[in-house]
Design a protein around this ligand. Sequence first.
Ligand code: GMT
Length: 383
Amino acid sequence: MNEIKIGIVCYPTFGGSGVVATELGKALAKEGHKVHFITYSQPSRLDFLNENLFYHEVDFHSYPLFEYPPYELALASKMVSVVKNERLDLLHVHYAIPHASAAYMAKQILKTHGITIPVVTTLHGTDITLVGKDDSYEPVVTFSINQSDGVTAVSEDLRKQTYQYFKITNEIDVIPNFIDLEKFKKQKKDHFKKAICPNDEVLVVHTSNFRKVKRVNDVIHVFANIHKEMPAKLLMIGDGPERNKAEAHCRELDICDDVRFLGKLEAVEEVLSVADLFLMPSEKESFGLAALEAMACEVPVISSNAGGIPELNIQGVTGFMSNIGDIEDMTRKALFVLDKGNLPKFKENALKRAKEFDISKILPLYEAHYQRIIEKVATEVRI
Ligand code: GMT
């Protein structure tokens, strides 16, 4: 495939959309494409050097008049300068708000400079299912999706929900999230497991940004039920608004000695490598990247059946799904998976399923999408 110069715009934080965007950029750079990240700070997973990777920080100056600093304008201006100076072929924005509308503005400005830049928007989840459909954003989100030259969604469910909630005139391609199995492969960490579980307890893990939609209290509840039946430890990875409540909940249930809140971690794969079960009871989840990361480390998943999770977690094979909030059912299923006679098969199946989402399978879908959109826009310009 010919080299493409791509500008990637994303949230540089630990959230799933930022992780997907950063890992995608790294993989594209390894394939020989030139990738320019345009974000307000260095993406947390942009952790290696490659001659094809570039980072442009959005210059952002506040002013006492601005109660709400206009970040979107600074971002659009940065996009204009990077597209012009680096002669980019395409802009790929992750998470519609405010990246898709900033890209639209940049595109219009660039037109006045005689430059046409194709824009691809990837929808990740809450930009559609929660924040995007709110009246305060909906018109802008609808407009900017319809004005994008290419649109992708990370699951079939998210694609359907986008058509359901917005008046979309554009085609949406589904390109599922992916995993780099080289990085996320189970590591031999026996000493680590021994330190966390000195008495051979089972190890349950949850990773998220601890927002309401993640239902972290359900994690604590399900774990407390497992804990009643067998020696078990819980590791909570990540941080966010619901963490304090979750910690208080552990104190109420008197399980603090067996629960550790680790905060934000760079190398989640090290913890996942020693885990026996992953809990994802989310109320909304367009894909469930954290569950895929667990599966790649051979960890079965007990999850809700929200959003796009059924496209990843296979009932009775890679783990189980229950209705949102059905703690008793999740507990029953977790105990079944953790049974010594059942666990090895579930672990094996989890890895097998994760292999279907390896980056080597998904990257060509993005490359083909870029190529198609670049050609489509070039044809429109010629007409
Ligand atoms: O889950 C979050 O709150 C973070 C959010 C994000 O955009 O950073 O995650 C969304 O995008 C991920 C990557 O595509 C998906 O795996 C998550 O399922 C999705 N989260 C939700 O839909 C709640």
